[in-house]
Ligand binder design. Structure first.
Ligand SMILES: [Zn+2]
Length: 474
């Protein structure tokens, strides 16, 4: 009936595997909480410094919300310490990593036909984490293989930007050895499928999203040219797996679940930024005239962004006006409107729009960043600081907020505060060494008083201690 399908747990081979720290353990317990903590830190620091990781605040907000909704039904995982990030990559893919991290490709977003389909993949990955499949595999390895496995764990993001390196890496013996060490077994896959259904159910998604997504994948596979990129490790979705899921679906009565409207707008926004603006304008215009789209309003939304990127403000505004009534159902429409106003130099109007929108939706990050930037641009520093400080109460580890604060203080030539906030920015971007550098500049800034200095010194000590802690984990 179906071809073999491919899915989900692909690992990248990191071309710099040789430079990775020695995490080999002499104890019998190959992988423990402390190792995971270090691995988590390393992966996140790579992710934060990678150009391939999508930084769009609305995408991050959306994925985090979706993830949090799914994680509610998973008491084994601490939702605060489980991190999702999205990689700019058109291949359909998602993966779970040690350290409670889940990566998602933009290709997966594009392919998913409904929010439940996307949620089914995330639920499956979350299940790999909650069932501790990776630690279990690693613990089953022999000790010398363990080191390679850890290299694998770090091997997530970077090579995609350089296909040649990736290709070369794949030809080495290490790479192929690595490939074989972290395979999930068929049993793991089945277990993740079953658990994934339970997670989907608890979160109120359509459990049939799982099977529907397999069908989506099958279609994508039929149309894909050639094989999946060779440095990706694929795990086949077998008929056996599908029938196992279908069997279990009998336990779940059918229910109609409608998508969060942001689902289609997020997909549209990512697409609008995925190629040259003029090309994207042509593609969306053609889709609209041929009625070849999943959602007309989402296609128009994408087209408006493409015009915005191409500096055609009048056109961008015109298209936006055709969907402006959707403001009520999605904050993303307001964000687009504000961006058009900003690009058009209408800062006061953008400010007013944001202020009103924040009143209704006070924790929407994109608004907070957007309004802060406008305040900074218009030298309304006090307003900017108030807004950012208030946001930090809700998002104390949001590195962007510290960067914005540093910008305000830089404009005011308040050097101590500028460096201190840059220090926090780097700290929450997982770059501890640079964080220490900035803290040291803050301590030595000409405008730092005794109290400022001793506080910054204390903070620097804490960060240094954390560096030592990570270095001591072998
Ligand atoms: Zn899997």
């Amino acid at each position: 009936m179906k071809k073999i399908l491919f899915i989900l747990i692909f690992f990248y081979i990191h071309s710099f595997a040789d430079e990775l720290p020695d995490l080999g353990s002499t104890s019998d317990n190959f992988i423990n909480k402390v190792h995971e903590k270090k691995i988590r830190h390393q992966i996140l620091s790579q992710a934060y410094s990678s150009k391939l990781v999508e930084r769009d605040p609305e995408l991050i907000f959306y994925i985090n919300k979706l993830g949090a909704r799914l994680l509610k039904g998973v008491p084994e995982l601490n939702s605060k310490n489980t991190t999702f990030f999205t990689i700019k990559d058109p291949t359909i893919n998602a993966f779970a990593m040690l350290g409670s991290i889940i990566g998602i490709h933009t290709g997966l977003l594009y392919a998913a036909n409904s929010e439940s389909e996307l949620a089914s993949v995330l639920a499956h990955e979350i299940a790999h984490l909650s069932q501790k499949h990776l630690p279990r595999i690693i613990e089953a390895q022999s000790k010398d293989k363990f080191k390679t496995s850890i290299a694998m764990v770090f091997a997530l993001l970077m090579t995609r930007s350089n296909a040649q390196i990736a290709n070369a890496a794949m030809q080495t013996a290490t790479a192929s050895a690595v490939q074989n060490t972290l395979d999930f077994t068929r049993e793991h896959e089945k277990e993740a499928d079953r658990e994934g259904l339970v997670i989907l159910n608890k979160a109120g998604f359509d459990e049939r999203g799982a099977v529907n997504f397999f069908k989506t994948l099958d279609k994508a596979n039929q149309f894909s040219v050639g094989a999946a990129p060779y440095f990706l490790r694929t795990h086949p979705v077998t008929l056996d797996r599908i029938s196992d899921i279908e069997d279990r679906l009998k336990d779940f009565p059918y229910r109609q679940v409608s998508d969060n409207p942001n689902f289609k707008f997020i997909k549209a926004k990512m697409k609008a930024f995925s190629g040259e603006p003029s090309d994207m304008i042509n593609i969306f215009t053609e889709n609209i005239s041929n009625k070849s789209y999943g959602s007309e309003s989402a296609e128009n939304f994408a087209l408006s962004y493409a015009y915005l990127r191409n500096n055609q403000m009048k056109k961008a505004r015109e298209i936006l006006d055709s969907i402006i009534h959707l403001k009520k159902i999605s904050p993303m429409i307001v964000e687009l409107e504000a961006n058009i106003l900003k690009e058009d130099g209408k800062f006061i109007a953008a400010q007013m729009l944001y202020e009103k929108a924040l009143f209704k939706n006070p924790n929407y990050n994109a608004y907070i960043y957007g309004l802060s930037e406008i305040y900074i641009h218009m030298n309304k520093f006090e307003k900017a600081v108030n807004l950012i400080e208030k946001a930090l109460e809700v998002y104390p580890s949001d590195s962007n907020l510290y960067k914005l604060l540093a910008e305000v203080y830089s404009k005011q030539q308040a050097f101590h505060l500028e460096y201190k906030n840059l220090g926090e920015y780097f700290y929450f971007s997982f770059d501890l060494k640079e964080s220490v550098n900035q803290m040291s500049l803050a301590i030595n800034a000409s405008d730092a008083n005794f109290y400022d200095k001793s506080k910054a010194e204390q903070r620097m000590k804490e960060i240094k201690a954390e560096i030592v802690m990570y270095e001591s984990i072998k």
